[in-house]
Each structure stands twice: as C-alpha cells, then as structure tokens.
Design a protein around this ligand. Sequence first.
Ligand code: HT7
Ligand code: ZN
Length: 845
Amino acid sequence: TVTQYLADWRPYPFEITQTRLEFDIAPRATRVRSQIDFRRFGAGDLVLDGAGLRTLSLTIDGRALPLDLIREDDERLVIPAADLPASFTFAAEVEINPEANTALEGLYLSGGMFCTQCEAEGFRHITWYPDRPDVMAPFQVTINSDMPVLLSNGNPVSQAPGRAVWQDPWKKPAYLFALVAGDLRAISDSFTTMSGRKVALNVWVRPGDEGRAGYAMESLIRSMKWDEEVYGREYDLDVFNIVAVDDFNMGAMENKGLNIFNSKLVLATAETATDDDYERIEAVIGHEYFHNWTGNRITCRDWFQLCLKEGLTVFRDQQFTSDMRSAAVKRIRDVQTLRARQFREDAGPLAHPPRPDHYQEINNFYTATVYEKGAEVIGMLKRLVGDEGYRAALDLYFDRHDGQACTIEDWIAVFQDATGRDLTQFKRWYTDAGTPRLTLSEDWAEGRLTLNFSQDTAPTPGQADKPARVIPIALGLIGPNGDEVLPTTVLEMTEPSQSFSFDGLGARPVVSLLRGFSAPVTVSREICATEQALLLAHDTDPYARWQAGHDLALDGLIARATGHDGGEEFNRALAGVLTDATADPAFAALCLVLPGEEEIATTIAARGAIPDPDAIHAARRALMLDIATTHERALARLYDAMTQTGDYRPDAEGAARRSLRLACLAYLSRLDGGARAEALYKSATNMTERQGALEQLIATGRDKDALADFAAEFGGNRLVMDKWFMVQPLRTAPGNAVARTRELAARPDFDWKNPNRFRALIGGLTANHAAFHAADGSGYDFLAEWLMRLDPVNPQTTARMCSAFETISRYDSGRQALARAALVRIAALPGLSRNTAEMVTRILA
Ligand code: HT7
Ligand code: ZN
C-alpha cells in the first residue's frame, strides 16, 4: 500500500486549455471519448490516472500511442516528455461498465438512472485524466443516450432527443465533473441574482416524487439569497440543477451546476420526513450550494487541503442554519455533534489534524475532524479577528484566489494580510491532532478573582509533542444572586499556563466558561453542583447554560454508573427548566435529553476509568425513571401543551414544540409502559411524532402492532423504511438488539447494497452503545461479518463504518480482545480493499 505525503506534492507540468468528453451511454458498455488540449507548463512526462478502464485507443495529435504505456496495475498512463510537443491534444476512447459499478465511484447505475460521483478520485474510473484537484479546465460534454433527461455541468448548448451538449465555462478539476442520464421529472423555479441575471432552477427526481421536492427547492432559493446577502457571492451559470439518487455513498456532491444528492436529503413531506430530516435537507442544500464559491471557484491544491473547502463550507452552512432557525439551538446541536463524533475521533487511533500530512486512501479522510473541527477552527479565527476582520479576510480570499487551487497557507495569509494579525501559532489548529484539555483553577481574595488556566493535549498517532495553541476563551461572570457581573469577554490564551484576574468584585462569582463553545477543547475544573445549577438557571449565554445542566446530568450519571448515588441535583434543577419550558421549548428539550451512553462512556474514560456499558445503560434508565417520577405532573402537562395544532410546518418553532413533546414522552413512557406513545403513534399526522412514538414503543417492548402497521403503510417508500430498519436496532433493549438485528438482516427487503439501508440497520446497531459493546462480543462479530460482506461491493461505505471500532481501547480487556479478534478477521479477508485495510490497520496499531 502506498502512503501519499503532503511534502511530496509537485505542480503538474501541464495545463489543460479545454476538455471535451463524449459519452455513448449503455448499462454494460458505455463508451467515453475524450479530447484534452494540453499545454506544457514545466518539465516532466505526461502522467494520467485511470482505473478499471478498457482502453480502446490513445492518441496524441491524432497519432496512435501503444497501449503498453499503461503502467502500475493499469492505473497510470505515462507518456514520455520527449514524445510531446509544447501544445497537443491527447485523445482516448475507453469502455466502462456502469452496471457492474457497485462501489458508486465514477459512472454507475442507480435505480435505472446513470449518475456519477467523482470526488475524490472517481473521475479516473471514467477516463484517462490528470485526476488531481489542481488541474482545472473548462469542459464540454456530449451525451448520447436514449434516456429522456441528459445533464452535465455548466450551461446547456443543445438538447435533442438522444443527444445533449453541455458547456461549463468555469474551469474546474475533474472531481467536480458530473453526468446524469435518466427518466426524471423536474420541479422548476427561478432565481434572479443580485446583478439581475435569471437562473433556471430544477430539482430532478424520479417520476412520482415531484410532490416531495418542494422543500429542497425552497431551501435552494434561501441559500442563494443568503450567500448574496451575507458573503456577497452570486451564482454564475444560467442553470442550477439538483438530482436526487437513491444509491449514494455520502450525503450530496457539489458538482459545478449539477449537484447530486442522496434522495434522503431532497425528498420530504410531513408524512415521510422528520423535523431533523427537514433541517438537514436545508443545511445540506445550503452546504452544496455554498461550495460553488468555497470549493468550486476556489478549490483545493491537493487532497491534504480538504478542510480548506469542507471546514469553510460547513462553517458557512452552520451560519446559514443559525440565521434560518434558532442560533442558540444550532450552536448547542453543533457542539453535541462535534463532541460525539470529532472528540471521539481525536481521542482514538484514527486521530489526525484537520490538515493531515499523509494518507493511504483519501476517502478515509472525509472525517469529523476535517469537516466539523475544520469549521470550529474557522469559528475561532472569526472570534479572534472579529466580524469585520473576518469579512475583510473572506473578501480578500475571493478576490485573490478566484479560479485557483489553494492551500491552508493561502487561507491563513488572507487573514494575516487583511487584519495584520500574526497567525503563526494559530496554524497549529490545522496541523496538530488531538483535543486540548483546558484546566481551570481559581483563586479568590478581596474582590479579586484569578483564573489560572493550563492547557495540555495528549499525544496522538505520529504526534507525541503538542506545543501550546492559541485558545480563545470566552467567559462571563455570574454573581451568587444570578446577576451577570461580567458580560462576555474573550481571553486569548497562548501559553501552556496563564492567569487572568478580575478585580472589584463584590462577592465571589461563578465563571460561565467557554461561552458559545469558543474553542474545541475539553474542560477540567472544580465546580460544585450548586454552582452548575446557578448557571443553568441564570447564565445569559444559552450554550453555557445548557452545558451547565448537561455537566450536572453527566456527573450524576457517571456517579451512578460507577456504583454511587447521583443525579439528584440535576433532577432538582429540572424543576426550573420545566417551569420555563413553554417560553423556549427547544432549549427545554435540549436540557431534558440526558447525555447519551456513548458520551458517558467517553467521559468515564477521559477521567481515567474503564466504562462498563451495561452499568451505563442501567444508570441512564434509572435516572430517567427518577426524573419521570419526580416531575410526572409537569411532564404530562407539557406533553399535552405541546400537542400539534393546525397543519404541520417544518419550521423551527414547530420543531421546537415537537422536540419538547417527544422529550417528555421519553420520560412518561417509563411510567405508563408506552400507553401515550401508542396513542401518539395512532394519532400522529407527521413523521416526527410517528417515529418518536415508535421509538418509545420499541424501548418499552410494546412495538409489535406499530411496527407491522408502519411496514404496511410505508413498505413502498425506501426512505421511510430506512427509518424502520434503523430504529429497531437502535432502540431495542441491549440484550435483544443483536438478535433482532440479525433477523432484520435476513429479510428480503434488507437491500444491503444500498448504502442508506446498510447504514440504517448496521449503523443503528453500532449506535446502540450497550448492544454493540455486548460483553460476549456478539455486536463486534455481527459488524465484522457485514463489513466483510460489503467490502468487495462498496469499500468506501465499509471503511467508513469501521470507525465503530475506534473506541475499543477504552473498554475492559475482555471486550478489547473480542473487538480486536473481529478486526483481525476483517484484516485477513482476501482481496480486502485499500480503504478498509487502512482503517483496520490504524485501529489495530
Ligand atoms: N464534497 C463532497 C464529499 C464527498 C462525497 C460525496 C458523495 C459521495 C462520495 C463523496 N466523497 C466525498 C460532499 C460535501 O462535503 O459536500
Ligand atoms: Zn462539502
């Protein structure tokens, strides 16, 4: 296996002035003819990438080339420099087989529709090409096919039955190429840009799905408007097409002018999609649209720079959602996601910096660290340079780098140049892996509070030493009576240890630390339950307020899971939350949901102990029962008060009420054995409540009728049935979950080659903490069995799901041995993909 190193990057010695492609589409034998105009730029041979191509002919300026120039397992074509003039046209004819393409990279078939996925290195499965992001070119694409709808990037040049020609005037790397040929229907609209150009908008779906694409279209229009208003970015083609496909390895893809989406991120109606689905659709439509500037117009020089486009675009989509919905709720949810996915990654064998400096398989680096931590790093930058500095830096970025393939150094330079700030130390956030731990101790004397901070970061694979980073610490001070005595202030920590003092304080205040989650760090501090309860009741910063309650709950749960009493203070503090709940239902719902089992395990491990998944599960259930018993009347009142009235609307207000209702239901179901859940299941008019009720019915073991009813009603809807496949392994009691998942996996409608279905069922089990980590290893064995089955079919999805094993070293030796044995079995699979081999090796290291 070859490791790629950032330090080995060299400029490509040619530029491409025009790429012309012609496709004769056929399921088993698609012909691809290419003509690529090259111009020499530096010294060196012409090296082209290809994979799985049946090469029929190769020419330079019409002169045939011998096919034995193809080297290295048929994956590289090297044409010696001596045979090449300064400018020339390279042409190739190849044949590819979309029907056999189950890996879903390159050109493949999904439900009878031809579509492509080229990021990161899928284009080489289509034809010979310099498949690297720094080689950018205008593309002209001709599609010959009897499919009624033929789409590619850019603007349409001509459309006739059986033949369409598309021209993309904006130069782009091959990873942004896309082609779609299928029997599709559009819902259409238009958007007039800020300079007055009219853009035709289409969301393409399968016949019959037209009525489910309206929210995607509305989200697109909101995104286009927002990017103009907030970033001054205008769309730059005559058309913008979105296509929904059922078989897709990830969420969506930002191909220039032709975004391709996993259908679950396009199709939604109240009856089939939850509030979370709607929010995610809006966010991902925004994300892919925002890539048009941060990714497409300005792209990455090499794949090590992936967070340049992904971190920035996630940051932008987070801002967009904050503006469209509730900023406080969005921030809390983003922090929850970061902690659950990225902190976990940073603490284990797969830890890597947002900008890695080596990889074996780039598809394994589309991670929470590159995406979510990449976004957090930009949030810190913005906090350090201020809103105006940020805007100036972004304007400079767009001006200076439009049309270029850039690096993190370019990105940092625009901030330095626009603001005059030295960001040398800040750059460590990009190059160093691991989550810093921020420790706070306090001294109080005569009206002066001194905060003594220290930072340390545990070693990560390949990085033993972790010098201090710049940490923006936003904090406020809350007096003992609940008044804020110091509004939000940002301290800049640059040293391993640093103290900051606040004078003139009347009484000792409580520190509201890391407001807005101002840095992606963990916090270690002495704070008692009374102080946490004070913050939960009075903090003016919604994130810090929520965090105080969450920490209180977490401490209680950990005490219980490790054989002590705990959770009483949180239980008591909830009285205040429940009293105020109707004023801000979303916030109350967030406070009511206890930390998950995975987070409890992570925190126990971070405190140096071995988590016991069964004890954690039992502790969480027991605290829920205590809370339900203590607050039964208030919970029941709120549950009724949040009843759906009027038509379902997928907006933040409606979603907030439903989330509070379902949070109450989870507690009440512990007392009523699922009676309310059963009634709600029957009366629900929307999928949010329907699924929420179903989850409680499964958790209480009262699910038989509802599950049968659900399958009968939605059996024909793949996306809704994915939910049915997911909630069962996720919510079934740990002792029965693996057996139940096995039964579900044996069903004929467990179409495991479809990534959504595979992730729903198998991912549902891995998200059931106590079930996946069953002491007998049955969860590990089950996952390994299915990963070994999927790997030859779809290495990308297999490799991504290996990360379920990334936490094994925190458990007891028995579990560790069983998980390792399962991984060793995967590693020994003959013909194991490079993707999965890399993941398994890193986890076992
Ligand atoms: N830029 C895209 C990343 C991606 C991808 C998408 C779909 C299928 C396979 C993929 N590999 C990489 C998605 C995004 O971040 O916007
Ligand atoms: Zn992206």
